[in-house]
Design a protein around this ligand. Sequence first.
Ligand SMILES: Nc1ncnc2c1ncn2[C@@H]1O[C@H](COP(=O)(O)OP(=O)(O)OP(=O)(O)O)[C@@H](O)[C@H]1O
Length: 577
Amino acid sequence: MLKYFQKKYAMSEKGARDLFYAILWTILMQLSFMAPVILGFKFLEENIQTIFNPANTSKPSIAYYVVMSVVLFLVMLAVSYFQYDSAYTKIYEESAKRRISLAETLRKLPMAFFGKSDIADLSATIMEDATQIEMLFSHAVPQIYAAVTTIFIMGTMMFFYNWQLSLAVFWVVPVAVLVFLLSKKFQDEMHQDLYNVKREISDTIQEGLDAAQEIKSYNREGTFSKSLNQDLDDFEKKMIRGELLAGALINLSYVFLRLGLPSVILYGAYLLSTSAISVFTYLVFLVVTARIYNPIMDAMNNFALLLYLNIRIERMKEMDKMPRQDGKTKFSPKNYDIEFKNVDFSYQDGVQTLNRVSFIAKQNDVTALVGPSGGGKSTIAKLSARFWDIDRGVITLGGVDISKIDPETLLNYYSIVFQDVTLFNSSVMENIRLGKKDATDEEVMRAAQLAQCDDFIKKMPNGYDTLIGENGEKLSGGERQRISIARAILKDAPIILLDEATASLDAENESKIQSAFSVLVKNKTVLIIAHRMRTVLGADKIVVVKDGVIAETGKPMELKARPGLFSSMLKAQYQNQ
Ligand SMILES: Nc1ncnc2c1ncn2[C@@H]1O[C@H](COP(=O)(O)OP(=O)(O)OP(=O)(O)O)[C@@H](O)[C@H]1O
């Protein structure tokens, strides 16, 4: 049973055990709530017998019923407390743990996962899905199991008491359940459909927010909001249509359930007229029938909710199954050479991006990755810091296979200066301090000076305390990159991954960035995606990448002298200048 819960509802072992206890206590609670009714009937039976049969002088003991009532009341209180504790407190604890574990999973997922499922979707899974599932396990699941068990127990007792009247009570249940199940398939499809549309809409909104600048600059606001409105309209129509149809089917099954009471009234009256049952039995069945359908309806409602949430649980299982990037957190490389040995890599199955890539980027050397666009330069640079895990071959840092090292530990050894610099809406000081959390203000300022940031920062209204706006929108491209270089200088990691700016910078910015680079790369292992002649020719080693394979490697002057891809690229660039 516990294993079943764990697997079916993607729960931890403790969570499954807590759910089991929550169900058990809910059953006990429902049974304890029935006990006073039974006691009441017993009391009535004894009194009615005295009314109908005056010869029977045995008086019921009032004291007995008073004591029993008090005892039952205390039992009900105690059981309710345990039910509440197990169904709410414990289940909410599980849910909090589930959120933390999802967040932990996210941290350990390879970057590849984030390409496929975007952030809006992931945060929806963590917050929204986890909240819905929390509700489900604290309310719906214990109630479904408890209702089914309680009704089974009550039904059996009633059949033993009077099987004919019990048939009149229960014939409606299988019919109603059948209609309900018929709607299940339809509801499943509808929910999956709606859920997908909803995800698409949040994706569109997220995309719109991310690309707000582009949408504005290309005057595409009208088109964007038109397509969003269209999606929202579709969603609304689908939802109304789905709700109406599902609602109609569910109501039909409720109508069947409601037919139970008239059946008991009519059939009971008939049995009474033939003296097959006593007035008391008739009364008992009328009272019970009036009450028994509500828990059945609740169970069906909860079951519908469970169907809806199945899709969410499946998605959580999907995330749990993703391969995680783990590894040792203790790591001491003997040097900072990066070596690729026969590395194969693909972003998607069937499309090989890198094919048997082998080269060494030596410590204290600048290794330049050059080659045509789309050849795989950025991929190589990112793989060297384990942004993704490779398909075949090995990448080592100081002789240690990086796939065996925890990604966060590994990243401590890298400074990454790419074009897509992420800046935060806080002060310039804090943005640079990101390179080294505990750096003093003096250290930050010194790094900024070395990265040639000092002059433009001092011109800002509040100097280092100026807020630089969401993603640094108040800064120019060259200034943003210099901030990111300052971060890297502050971090002072032994390996530098650099993506040289492709956008044309003005002469002043260009020369400042060059001097900032030269400070940054001193005595480091430098892997640079190079676009400019000056950088390419100044490198210690060139690795030419084309269509995912290494076309040539060597010193710049050697390659220049030799006919090949590099020399023809050089010629082409000179001709363009
Ligand atoms: N996240 C990704 N998912 C799927 N495919 C990708 C991804 N990133 C890159 N690619 C593909 O991998 C191939 C190599 O891309 P990569 O960015 O490494 O080339 P590059 O040489 O750095 O190009 P450029 O000089 O234009 O930046 C390209 O075909 C690209 O479309």
